[in-house]
Structures are given as C-alpha cells and as structure tokens.
Design a protein around this ligand. Structure first.
Ligand SMILES: *Cc1c(COP(=O)(O)O)cnc(C)c1O
Length: 217
C-alpha cells in the first residue's frame, strides 16, 4: 500500500467531474509531497495554524481547501492564498472573509456549510437562515459563493446517511437560482461515505484516511 496507489484507485473509481480533495490534516510534509508527486493538487486542512506552516514548505501550485471550523480572527492568515473555504457557517464569518479578501485584492471562493446530520455537534446554517440572507450575501463583492458543504452523521446506517446527503442536495437546488452559474459545487463525502455521496450528487469529496491511512491524533 502507498499513498500514490490509494490515490490512483480512488481516482479510478470516481467520475471525472467529481473533485477529489486529499485531506492532509495531521499528515507530514513528506506524506503530502508523496500525494503531490502522484499528481494530487487539491489538499484539505482543518486548522489554520497547521495550514499556514504547511503552505510555506510545499509547492505553490497546491490548491488549499479550508474544511474545518474557522474562527473569524484567523481568517486574515489564510486570506492571501486559500483556494476555497468549505466551512462558512455564519454571516459574520462571511463578512470577515469578504473584508480580508478585499485587503488582499482578491475574490475568495466559499461554500456555505449546512447542518444536515442528526448529531448536535456539527456546525452549519439552516436553509431558512440562508434564504433570509441572500440579499446581504450578494452585497459582498469579494467573495464568490460556489455552493454547499455538509457532513453526514457518523453511523453505519446507510439509509440515514443517504437521506442526509439528499437533504443537502435539495438545499443546493433551492439556492442555486439565487446565486447564479458559479454556484455549482456540492462538497459531501469522506472516506467512509464518499461512494454514497457521489450517488447522491456530490461534486467534491474530502478524503483523508482512505488515502493517507488512519490518523493518530
Ligand atoms: C477530517 C475531515 C475529512 C476527512 O475524513 P476521513 O474520514 O479521514 O476521510 C473530511 N471532511 C472534514 C470536514 C474533515 O474534518
């Protein structure tokens, strides 16, 4: 088993139009380089400090995705380079991203994270909240809302996982008309459930342990 082989077998098994993000949180520079050398360019991290230290040590053409809970006071550190923020869960955070993007003279792509799991601990918007915010969100000129992100409940119950993914897809279609053409991304599916997620319409999967092996926190 190797990182390159695991990447190849996942890539070979998913449709070409589904983007694979290699979730590199907790992994060493050497491990990430192995994925890079195998052609992987989209990497996902969930901690700002870890992300910033890795960026400096790795090739500049990596597209860095921030996938974990993001505090407003940390946005400034990733604003110069982040490719896509998946975990926008409040209007306050969105305004901060817009402000920092403007300071860096760029437009930052974001996804709106929705609470689709039954578990209490998962962060995210509800559809109603976002529908009420469409207008103010569209006033923010330095962000581009590219779609939605969600995490299913951690369970063996495939029926439940599927219905949660379906609810995210429904939210995506309820919002699509409001946001326009660049709103084209559904980020859902991890190592344990990305196959189900793709069946349910995912366009972007976030896979860590299936590529790099199990994590020791
Ligand atoms: C860690 C993480 C993943 C990847 O998890 P694996 O089970 O290792 O594939 C995906 N999405 C988010 C938000 C994560 O924090």
């Amino acid at each position: 088993m190797s990182i390159a082989n695991d990447l190849r077998s996942i890539k070979g098994a998913i449709p070409e139009d589904v983007t694979l993000i290699a979730v590199s949180k907790t992994r060493s520079i050497e491990e990430i380089k192995e994925a890079y050398d195998a052609g992987q360019r989209d990497m996902g991290e969930n901690r700002v400090q870890e992300l910033c230290s890795k960026v400096e040590q790795l090739p500049k053409d990596i597209r860095w995705h921030l996938i974990g809970h993001l505090q407003s006071n940390k946005v400034k550190y990733i604003a110069p380079f982040v490719h896509l923020i998946h975990s926008i869960e409040s209007f306050k955070l969105l305004k901060e991203v817009d402000k920092r993007a403007r300071e860096n003279k760029r437009v930052i792509k974001v996804l709106l994270q929705f609470h689709i799991a039954q578990e209490e601990s998962k962060f995210g918007f509800s559809l109603e909240e976002v529908l009420d915010l469409i207008h103010p969100i569209k006033e923010l000129k330095n962000i581009e809302v590219n779609g939605v992100m969600g995490m299913a409940t951690f369970t063996d119950n495939e029926h439940q996982i599927k219905s949660e993914f379906r609810s995210l897809k429904r939210i995506y279609f309820d919002l699509k008309d409001h946001f326009g053409d660049q709103f084209n991304t559904i980020s859902m599916g991890m190592s344990g459930d990305y196959e189900l997620a793709i069946v349910e319409g995912s366009t972007m999967i976030r896979v860590g342990s299936k590529i790099f092996g199990s994590r020791n926190y």
